[in-house]
Design a binder for this molecule. Structure first.
Ligand code: SIN
Length: 381
């Protein structure tokens, strides 16, 4: 449950307009950095005119987590430490960039919702993309459990070429094996670097850089959990120095959305299927009334499922992926029973949910959103 105070911060932020700017609260009063109206920056470093400017937006998660002791790496409270403490724990960042901190939320990532995601996207657009912006990059600190969803959301909604880097940690700040400080240093290094431009939103974890479009969490416990199983990483860090394998590129299937005027997004749920899947949970979801779209994470079909799917897909958009979460789903006209549903293509279940919410919220056609890139890349039409 979001606190009243957090809602107050978010509604102030929702009113932020890129056109109105405030001079940020400074320690030495000479930085050219300006903060969009309504953004209450909680930390700014001593300004060094020879360095780039990076804004860290903190949302909570394990990177800001606190455990019972240094040996406690798996049992702890996420979102216990504020942005100022996160920054002060990694003083080397201040040799790489001027740092501005913004506490946008302080929650475990299962509590991140589309209100917070819209707030981050609007703030990032205002800070990075407004004319005259002197900000070189944005870092978002986030719990890892749903990090890939927010990263994908930002990849689709912040697109002026400047780096947006999402980072988390698998161990709380209090653990012997805390990975947050190194991950944060690397995230700031990536956000401050011109090498990171025009690559979309990035995820930096465990010495690797991945595209937010492709990268997903693959293991519950271990540090090397963020991977892009088919396309692989974009680059990495050697001795904390950033490198990329190739020059910048955009994921071929990527669609973008302008959310700057949105204050909410429609609800989309995911229904999981298994042997004996008959689609009745889809009908149950529809019966709630507030569900405006569905994603099916299922084996392909099931006894009785096709009829239920067709009934529900006649009422709201239903995107079809499979529960394996990696791989290509054929466009609907190639699937005998697929016409009622929308093919996810390469977009996994949790990212399909984000993309369907964005399509519905911005008035884009859901089928075109998912299937037009698929057809154009597979068949050239
Ligand atoms: C969370 O996602 O907020 C907790 C788990 C993590 O950050 O690794």
């Amino acid at each position: 449950m979001l606190s009243v105070a957090l809602f107050a911060v978010l509604s102030t932020l929702a009113a932020a307009s890129p056109a109105k700017v405030n001079v940020v609260r400074e320690r030495n009063n000479v930085s050219p950095f300006v903060s969009p109206s309504g953004l209450n920056l909680t930390y700014s470093s001593k300004y060094n005119s020879s360095l780039p400017n990076v804004v860290i937006m903190a949302t909570g998660g394990t990177i800001a987590g606190s455990g019972a002791g240094a040996a406690s790496s798996g049992v702890y409270s996420a979102g216990a430490i504020g942005v100022e403490a996160l920054i002060q724990a990694v003083p080397d960042m201040l040799n790489i960039s001027n740092i501005y901190g913004y506490q946008i939320a302080n929650v475990g990532s299962p509590s991140i919702n589309s209100t917070i995601q819209l707030a981050i996207a609007k703030a990032a657009n205002a800070i990075l993309c407004a004319p005259g912006s002197v900000t070189d990059g944005v870092v978002v600190t986030h719990g890892t459990d749903t990090l890939e969803e927010t990263a994908f959301f930002l990849d689709l909604t912040v697109n002026c070429g400047k780096p947006v880097v999402i980072v988390g940690a698998m161990r709380p700040a209090t653990a012997y094996s805390a990975d947050g400080p190194a991950n944060l240093l690397q995230a700031v290094t990536a956000a401050a670097s011109p090498l990171s431009k025009d690559r979309g939103a990035l995820i930096t974890m465990n010495d690797r850089v991945g595209s937010a479009w492709y990268t997903q969490k693959t293991h519950v416990n271990y540090l090397d959990t963020f991977k892009a199983p088919e396309p692989g990483y974009l680059g990495g860090f050697f001795n904390n120095e950033l490198f990329y394998y190739n020059s910048p590129a955009t994921p071929t299937f990527k669609k973008t959305f302008n959310v700057n005027n949105l204050t909410s997004l429609p609800r989309v749920d995911i229904v999981y299927g298994q042997q004996e899947f008959d689609g009745r949970l889809l009908e149950a979801a529809l019966a709630f009334g507030d569900v405006k779209g569905l994603v099916i994470a299922s084996p392909n079909g099931g006894v009785g499922a096709d009829a239920a799917i067709a009934r529900v897909a006649g009422r709201i958009p239903v995107v079809r992926h499979v529960r394996i979460n990696v791989g290509m789903i054929a466009p609907s006209e190639r699937v005998p029973t697929g016409n009622a549903t929308i093919s996810s293509g390469l977009v996994n279940n949790q990212k399909s949910r984000i993309q369907l919410m964005l399509a519905l919220g911005t008035g884009a056609d859901p089928r075109e959103t998912f299937e037009e890139p698929l057809r154009s890349i597979l068949y050239g039409k």
